[in-house]
Design a protein around this ligand. Structure first.
Ligand SMILES: Cc1cc2nc3c(=O)[nH]c(=O)nc-3n(C[C@H](O)[C@H](O)[C@H](O)COP(=O)(O)OP(=O)(O)OC[C@H]3O[C@@H](n4cnc5c(N)ncnc54)[C@H](O)[C@@H]3O)c2cc1C
Length: 456
């Protein structure tokens, strides 16, 4: 009899894992709280289309779904003038470029892939938590009853009710801390100007809001403007209105009539989860904090890593799906992507302690350049951002000109070095003690910064 797999939540990586496992003969059911046709958000997303190739999912054009290439972003500090703004220069190369699709179309694509491969989906099911036998996950509790399986793949997002209700003895972190998540508001507004008159069509603003750690963007599309406000602290709707009104003063392309979206959603912007597996359990996507910490992109990574997860499950000839036999998934993920992504979380934490003036200084003095800001689909490692250009000595001297900035920069270098050392010791084979000891050391690399700021 084929082994039963539950995918909790129709997260992107959960859907593609479901497809791969169903194709391999597993009995896979996805449980999703949204109703059929209502998955995802009412906006567009950017992701690496090569992720689809990794799992053998058709490209959107093969199934008649629309997409377009992402355009370059232009970055601004809190008070950056036009002559100091930084425009990305993503190479005109399909291997580097990302695509933009409606989130609802991404879901159509991935759900089609999962169901065509033989996976089943139950919509309108609100999962309440895991069912445990001792500390093994054996199913899910839902508002429609209990469902049992040989293992549960947790694809229920950053605040998954499965992960947050696992027993403490498993050592799996439940909630992201302050500084590890963005509260994001996103909506599409009318476009009161001719889009051809807008010079920076994809304007990204770093630390744009006084007194807040956050980012904002205004992307000018042909028929609407796309507003995103992301803060490390929760935002009220009054604050959103106030911030949008302030942006409008310098950005007449941002209209006042809300056309679409308008939700507040959490994005993990942090290092990957330190322990992703337990007996009968594996986390994927936002539930395992797999986003690129600096930009919060998680769709491509969730899809790519679902291949490692599915391969690990298929390779488990013991059919026990224990922490031990699922460990090659986490180990493989860290080797392939996680250990490159984790140090980026330390760079992002700089955003929480750099002042608005210091960021302006970094733009004005050319310390930041188009090389650091050209973040493409392939930027899942710190090393991809490092650029030893001929202006490096000049940029170094500029950093020396602000002692406090230098100290903060040196702090990041020390943290990254510590992270790289700890990553080397990720156990290749599972033992609960060894893995939990490693996880403690790894987590400390990040939490010690937050502790220094009195935030953890
Ligand atoms: C404003 C915004 C913009 C973004 N833009 C991009 C972008 O351009 N590119 C990019 O790559 N990423 C982007 N992201 C991040 C991206 O959304 C996630 O990283 C990505 O969706 C991967 O997460 P996931 O699929 O694992 O989880 P999610 O997208 O959170 O999906 C989890 C699924 O589980 C379901 N679920 C949750 N709880 C329950 C429950 N209790 N019972 C049943 N079902 C449940 C949810 O309904 C959902 O369908 C953006 C996020 C936000 C908020």
């Amino acid at each position: 009899m084929s082994k039963k797999i539950i995918v909790a939540g129709a997260g992107h990586g959960g859907l593609t894992a479901a497809a791969l496992l169903a194709k391999a003969g597993f009995d896979v059911t996805i449980y999703e709280r949204a109703e059929e046709g209502k998955c995802g958000y009412d906006w567009t997303d950017i992701f690496d289309p090569k992720a689809l190739d990794v799992v053998g999912c058709p490209r959107p054009e093969q199934v008649g779904l629309p997409w377009e290439w992402k355009i370059d972003m232009t970055f601004f500090g809190p008070n950056t003038k036009d002559d100091k703004k930084i425009r990305q220069e993503v190479p005109n190369d399909p291997n580097e470029m990302e695509i933009k699709m409606e989130r609802s179309d991404i879901y159509k694509l991935l759900i089609g892939f999962a169901t065509d491969s033989g996976a089943k989906i139950e919509y309108g099911v609100n999962i309440l938590g895991p069912i445990l036998a001792g500390d093994r996950v054996i199913g899910i509790r839902t508002d429609k009853g209990d469902f049992y399986a040989d293992m549960v793949i947790d694809a229920a997002g950053a605040e998954s009710v499965i992960r947050t209700n696992l027993p403490d003895c498993l050592g799996i972190q439940k909630h992201p801390l302050w500084g590890e998540k963005f509260y994001v508001y996103r909506a599409f507004y009318d476009l009161p100007v001719d889009p051809k008159t807008v010079e920076d069509r994809y304007k990204v603003m770093l630390l744009p809001d006084p007194g807040a750690v956050g980012i904002g963007w205004i992307a000018t599309e042909d028929e609407f403007s796309d507003l995103l406000i992301g803060h490390m602290d929760p935002l009220t709707s009054e604050e959103v209105e106030e911030i949008a009104a302030r942006y409008r003063k310098d950005n007449p392309q941002l209209g006042t009539k809300k056309l679409r979206g308008g939700q507040m959603v959490l994005i993990p912007v942090r290092q990957p989860l330190s322990i992703m597996v337990a007996d009968g359990y594996a986390a994927i996507g936002d539930s395992a904090f797999m986003t690129v910490p600096i930009i919060g992109s998680g769709i491509g990574n969730a899809i790519k890593n679902s291949k490692i997860l599915a391969d690990t499950i298929i390779a488990d000839k013991t059919e026990t799906y224990s922490a031990e036999t699922l460990w090659p998934y986490q180990y493989g993920y860290y080797q392939k992507m996680g250990k490159g992504i984790a140090p980026l979380a330390l760079v992002k934490l700089l955003l929480t302690r750099i002042s608005h003036d210091q960021l302006d200084y970094a733009f004005d003095k050319g310390i930041l350049t188009k090389y650091e800001m050209t973040i493409t689909a392939n930027h899942t490692s710190l090393w991809k951002f490092l650029n030893f250009d001929p202006n490096l000595p000049k940029r170094g001297l500029a950093i020396l000109g602000d002692r406090d900035l230098l100290v903060k920069g040196a702090g990041v270098v020390a943290d990254v070095a510590a992270c790289l050392v700890v990553e080397q010791f990720l156990p290749k084979h599972y033992s609960r003690k060894a893995v939990q000891t490693w996880a403690k050391a790894y987590d400390t690399v990040f939490t010690h910064r937050l502790k220094k700021m009195g935030k953890a």
